[in-house]
Ligand binder design. Structure first.
Ligand SMILES: [Zn+2]
Length: 185
């Protein structure tokens, strides 16, 4: 394996079938968690931390709106829960699956956790801080070389976000006057 894994990201189609299927299985779980977050009024992002023995040790969705906490992104919550489960904040033996490319805060938290492997679904061209806009893990402030796999179930992850924002825009366009009595009760 080359030392500089960051320049050798493996798109899903180039992974061995077995590895790709394994990643897809966990990403499907992250998509379910994202769906639940979306239904609860949060931007649908879901995250799973898989620990030693291929066991999920944290499964969470974004809770920023639910908790009114600007830091309650799925990744941060998942890292905290995983560290609590392991009784150890070093997550070298863990893989984090997340449906969307992490933002600067989450990319920073991922680096601090010494995460073993990050697998994310779709790129975030607006605030992705792992590859798209910034590359914090490979930047000068990072002391951890993060392995990254991108593009696992990228299309379902992208569509889920797109549909959620579309639905929200439609809901916002409806004025209260057009709501039925049932909706208002
Ligand atoms: Zn974030």
């Amino acid at each position: 394996m080359p030392d500089d894994l960051s320049s050798h990201d493996l798109p899903s189609q180039e992974l061995a079938d077995e590895t790709a299927l394994h990643h897809q299985r966990w990403m499907r779980r992250a998509l379910e968690l994202a769906e639940a977050a979306g239904a609860a009024g949060d931007v649908p992002v879901g995250a799973v931390v898989v620990g030693p023995g291929d066991r999920a040790i944290a499964e969470v969705g974004n809770r920023r709106e639910q908790d009114q906490d600007p830091t309650a992104h799925a990744e941060v919550l998942a890292l905290r829960e995983a560290a609590r489960q392991l009784g150890n904040w070093h997550l070298n033996d863990c893989t984090l699956y997340v449906t969307l490319e992490p933002c600067p805060m989450c990319a920073g938290a991922i680096v601090l956790s010494r995460l073993g492997l990050l697998v994310y679904g779709t790129h975030d061209p607006k605030s992705g801080a792992v590859r798209s806009v910034l590359n914090l893990p490979d930047g000068p402030a990072s002391n951890h070389r993060l392995r990254v796999v991108t593009g696992i179930l990228a299309e379902p992850c992208r569509q889920q976000l797109q549909q959620w924002f579309q639905q929200r825009r439609q809901a916002q366009r409806r004025s209260p006057r057009t709501m039925t009595p049932t909706e208002l009760s």
